[in-house]
Write a protein that binds this ligand. Structure first.
Ligand code: K1U
Ligand code: ZN
Length: 185
């Protein structure tokens, strides 16, 4: 297995709509394994294919032990609404409040090519919606008010300098920046 580079806010691939997976192959299973390894090393709870420079409709999540690799996912049911804090491994150190459905039922293929349905609430439901958005070229900052989105992008640009790289290497064990709620946008 290997750690993959994570694509950052300025990378155009993050704004592309991904392509449905036609067949679940060993190559796709290897990609999912690398994505899990990368997600754990980056201390995330989810990671979508475009975040590692790939165009497949695939993401991985592990929220409180609910671990899934989901291919060609679709939402069958979305219920309720709650505002909650989100971050994104492609926009380090930027956080914001986003309204999402509190419960979603998602249908997808698993790594064996079997159809699965996941009935998710709370943080898992939020994470599934965030990851599905990645497959459609959408980022959590798109839900913020214009003012807060501008502040988020400005904060990111200030932190990452004039010549911002499009990718970053994940360093296992690297401490994530400490985040206080009062630093929120
Ligand atoms: O897709 C990603 O960029 C991963 C992202 C997933 C996510 C986090 C929070 C809400 C919805 C989706 C992360 O894992 S960001 C890092 C993280 O673990 C985290 C950040 C804020 C709140 C909770 C978790
Ligand atoms: Zn994200």
């Amino acid at each position: 297995m290997s750690l993959l580079d994570i694509y950052l806010l300025d990378a155009p691939i993050l704004r592309e709509v991904t392509r449905p997976v036609a067949a679940v192959t060993d190559e796709l299973r290897r990609l999912a394994a690398d994505m899990f390894e990368t997600m754990y090393a980056a201390k995330g709870i989810g990671l979508a294919a475009p975040q590692v420079g790939r165009r497949e409709r695939l993401f991985v999540v592990d929220v409180e032990g609910a671990k899934h690799a989901l291919i060609n996912p679709e939402i069958l049911i979305a219920e309720g609404a709650e505002v909650g804090e989100e971050g994104c491994l492609s926009i380090p150190d930027v956080y914001g409040d986003v309204e999402r459905a509190t419960r979603v039922v998602m249908r997808a293929l698993d790594l064996e090519g079997k159809t699965v349905e996941i009935d998710a609430k709370d943080l898992l439901a939020r994470c599934l919606q965030h990851e599905l958005d990645h497959l459609n070229g959408k980022l959590f900052i798109d839900y913020l008010s214009l003012l807060k989105r501008r502040a988020a992008v400005a904060k990111y640009r200030k932190a990452h300098g004039e010549e911002r790289p499009l990718t970053k290497k994940v360093v296992p064990g690297e401490a994530a920046a400490h985040h206080h709620r009062d630093e929120e946008l």
